[in-house]
Unconditional design. Structure first.
Length: 455
């Protein structure tokens, strides 16, 4: 049964809204963009066929306001909704409300989001599918005593994580029993306030880990992988620079990693685009599943650059009822791609958010260069949402050539007067450790502690 989507509500903002509109256009799907009062003039609103205003600037009153978004969906006459990333993209109740209205939610069904979007449930699904996880708790931790016993068994340092966490939030490293006893009640209170769910779990803290993740696509029956990405360069556990493929991963391990992601997705009959995130421990040459994101990810373009697959189009086709158009043998990974996140943050002032006007937006062009943004010259970065201005993506036949191209592209890229993270990326693109591919998830924070940057 095929239900091709005719009209799509874009339930997000910024660069990903633009990205979704482009994919919809390619497929001949009409678009309706929701906007908060602060986003009336944003690029995606000017590109969409229709615009519906859904509330005041604060995300809680607009993009996160389930009632208002559903109301817009009803009024729009759209037969489908794409949630993008962040906001309501991994909210199972929201996904259910959309389908209860007889509309298509572009993503997995609510049951799968509940099973895989909750990090404790996902760990259990991984264990059941024979995918290695970081040593840690089996279920949610009820109290500090249970946490202490478990930490004793695993050995310090350990990580306390929120079951509903995301975006690098709700995670803390604890190095002793005293620290753990104090941290558990704080973490419960914080997770309750931030995610409306105080559920916690515990994992061994893997030192010198690398973050490697596998992109998958499923149609409910067949699952394929589109190889891996490496996102080890992080600040505050948020990715700032991403690559495909991973810089230095033994071929056998890579095959095992990708196979494990397919196995896990298959075990839940996954439908849509998703990512299995892992930590890779080079000292032990082992990988551990950490979480699944049941949505499109910020860094999806690097996979698109090396495989030639349009992931957002695939999402829309699958949501419309089509079976996967490609078999695993058809998917190849050619060359190397790198994405750097350009945020409106001031590198000279500890990455303090720097919203404000964009008068200059000079973007390099070329076949192997892509710039995904939600802004153009004359726009303003509003202070209410995350600080992503755009993503510069380059590719090359080798990693060294991709970095060389990135260096040149960053010289040409000019955004202002808002302060951005361009100076950070210019410095990183020249760094010897990074050129060697010799980094871990803690590398960037250490480097930042020793190196001053200007705006
Ligand atoms: P990715 O996993 O795609 O690399 P990030 O982890 O950077 O993406 O998150 C994507 C976006 O979603 C960011 O804007 C982030 O702030 C937001 N986000 C992620 N998880 C949550 C959450 N649980 N609640 C609110 N926002 C979230
Ligand atoms: P989020 O949902 O916020 O993305 P993740 O579970 O994906 O949370 O973890 C985010 C980052 O935190 C990882 O990319 C990694 O850098 C770090 N991290 C998570 N779990 C561990 C762990 N057990 N040991 C070491 N680092 C970890
Ligand atoms: Mg993650």
């Amino acid at each position: 049964m095929t239900t091709p989507i005719r009209k799509l509500l874009v339930a997000n903002r910024g660069e990903i809204a633009v990205r979704i509109i482009r994919a919809a256009r390619k497929l001949g799907i009409a678009t309706v963009q929701i906007v908060s009062e602060a986003d009336r003039e944003m690029l995606a609103a000017r590109m969409a066929d229709e615009v519906i205003e859904i509330g005041p600037p604060a995300a809680a009153k607009s993009y996160l306001n389930v009632g208002n978004v559903l109301d817009a969906l009803r009024r729009s006459g759209a037969d489908a909704l794409h949630p993008g990333y962040g906001f309501l993209s991994e909210n199972a109740q929201f996904a259910k409300a959309v389908t209860d209205m007889g509309r298509i939610f572009v993503g997995p069904d609510a049951g799968t989001i509940e099973r895989m979007g909750d990090k404790v449930n996902a760990r259990q699904a991984a264990i059941a599918a024979g995918v290695p996880v970081v040593p840690g708790s089996e279920g949610r931790l009820d109290d500090a005593r249970a946490a202490l016993e478990l930490a004793e068994a695993i050995g310090y340092p350990v990580m306390i994580k929120a079951a509903a966490g995301g975006g690098g939030r709700g995670i803390r490293v604890v190095r002793s029993a005293e620290e753990l006893a104090a941290a558990v009640p704080q973490a419960i209170a914080e997770a309750t306030a931030a995610f409306g769910d105080g559920g916690l779990y515990l994992e061994a803290y893997i030192e010198n880990a690398r973050h490697i993740e596998v992109q998958i696509l499923g149609d409910g029956e067949t699952v394929v992988h589109l190889f891996e990405r490496e996102c080890s360069l992080q600040r505050r556990r948020q990715k700032v620079w991403e690559e495909a493929p991973a810089a230095a991963l033994p071929a056998a391990l890579r095959a095992e990693l990708c196979a494990s992601a397919v196995r896990l997705a298959r075990s839940v009959a996954y439908r849509g685009a998703g990512t299995m995130e892992y930590l890779y421990d080079p000292d032990r040459n082992a990988f551990y599943f950490i979480e699944m994101n049941t949505r499109i990810q910020v860094e999806h373009p690097v996979t698109e650059m090396v495989t030639g697959v349009d992931l957002v189009c695939e999402m829309l086709l699958i949501a419309g009822g089509r079976k996967l158009s490609m078999a695993q043998e058809d998917i190849r990974c050619d060359g190397h791609a790198i994405e750097v996140r350009i945020n409106a943050e001031d590198p000279a002032r500890n990455f303090f958010p720097s919203p404000g006007p964009i008068d200059r937006l000079q973007v390099p062009s070329g076949e192997a260069i892509r710039f995904d943004t939600g802004f153009d010259a004359g726009s303003r970065v509003p202070p209410y949402y995350d600080s992503l201005v755009g993503k510069l993506i380059v590719s090359g036949s080798s990693r060294a050539l991709a970095i060389e191209r990135l260096r040149q592209a960053l010289e040409e890229l000019d955004i202002g007067p808002v302060a951005t993270t361009i100076p950070l990326h210019r410095a990183l693109a020249r760094n010897a450790d990074l050129l060697d591919g010799n980094v871990s998830t803690q590398w960037l924070e250490r480097w930042l502690a020793e190196n001053a940057l200007s705006s």
